[in-house]
Design a protein. Structure first.
Length: 353
């Protein structure tokens, strides 16, 4: 990337500044790249390329609000340089899902990366039929290195349909060669009540996960634990459905002791422990319910999972003589208390690839 012109900035020319930006970007040092881009913008505040680069740097550094602010405050300058993907991605990461949908649908050109994000947005909105069509089209028509990620997403949608809409899962003909694909296949089977087969595939997912991280020299010790926690949570859920509650409870508590960062996973594990405790061990349940109230949980789980959690909070209120909490039951009671331990695994779209 480059932009012409020269000017002040202590006598440093714009081309010289761009010569600094490029290597920073290539090395992934977006903080330094951002500082240099800001120097370019001090010389020419309406440099379109510099504004675009600033947005990219901010996104790469996780500063989504600031990146979105740059886009929204320079709409006239950037009118001919569509940043629809960058804008929608920021909105998506800020959990402004409806805004992201509008941005994508109003884009002048539907690029592959915008379609990838569109699929993620539809998934979050639980519009699974439309989401499936998007990923099916991408898998069929894309020619790049992200085929594995797209197939993972495709299998996640089918698993979601099986669990939340009770749709008989479509046979996509996908080889279960990764732990993500195995996990999603198991989720689909759980949704159809095929628990023994789901257990076998989850055990395969566990093995593939451990092997993939042992072969990955860049992985950290935390990485496999985070992935394995999701798999183990689903295994515990199957044990619970099979009536093997002591084994399920032991596995649930092992996961909680690992302190995974996935608030959605923790919330549903806590919920399922509460369903095991019922009117016993109420003190433990009152501690666990705090995990279901963690910030961001509402963005991690499906509507049915959230309904089940609220229902069980109300039941806990009944067990502890908290009448107000109990009244929440009247808002609507899900047909079953338990929900699967995590939404089907899905990979994020490649960022600014």
């Amino acid at each position: 990337m480059a932009s012409g012109g020269s000017g002040g900035g202590g006598g440093v020319s714009v081309p010289a500044l761009w010569s600094e930006v490029n290597p920073y970007g290539q090395n992934g040092d977006f903080t330094r790249a951002l500082k240099t881009v800001n120097k370019i913008l001090q010389i020419n505040k309406d440099d379109v390329t510099a504004l675009h680069c600033k947005v990219v740097c901010l996104i790469q550094n996780g500063s989504f609000k600031e990146a979105l602010n740059v886009i929204n405050t320079h709409t006239k300058v950037l009118a001919n340089n569509s940043l629809s993907f960058e804008k929608a991605y920021c909105e998506y990461r800020l959990n402004r899902i409806e805004n992201a949908l509008k941005t994508i649908e109003s884009a002048n050109q539907q690029t592959d990366k915008l379609k990838e994000l569109y699929g993620q947005v539809l998934y979050r909105l639980e519009r699974y039929d439309e989401c499936l069509a998007v990923y099916r089209d991408l898998v069929r028509n894309s020619q790049d290195d992200y085929d594995k990620e797209r197939k993972t997403n495709l299998s996640a949608v089918v698993a979601a349909q099986s669990n939340w809409e009770k749709v008989v899962p479509e046979n996509l003909g996908l080889q279960e060669g990764t732990h993500e694909l195995c996990y999603n296949a198991a989720c689909a089977l759980i949704g159809q009540g095929q628990l023994n087969q789901a257990m076998k595939i989850l055990q395969k997912a566990e093995d593939l996960c451990q092997r993939s991280f042992s072969e990955d020299s860049d992985g950290t010790e935390e990485d496999p634990q985070a992935e394995l926690a999701i798999i183990h949570g689903q295994l515990a859920y199957i044990l619970q459905l099979q009536g093997r509650t002591e084994e399920a409870l032991q596995l649930y508590n092992q996961i909680i002791k690992l302190k995974p960062t996935d608030v959605g996973l923790l919330a549903v594990i806590a919920n399922n422990i509460i369903t095991i405790n019922k009117d016993q061990n109420v003190f433990d349940s009152k501690k666990k319910v705090k995990l279901t109230n963690a910030e961001g949980v509402e963005f991690k789980l499906s509507k049915k999972q959230l309904q089940a959690i609220e229902f069980n909070k109300a039941l806990l209120g009944m067990y502890t003589n908290q009448a107000e909490q109990c009244r929440k039951i009247s808002a609507g009671s899900p047909s079953r208390w338990l929900q699967t331990c995590n939404p089907p695994v899905r990979s994020l779209p490649p960022l600014l690839a």
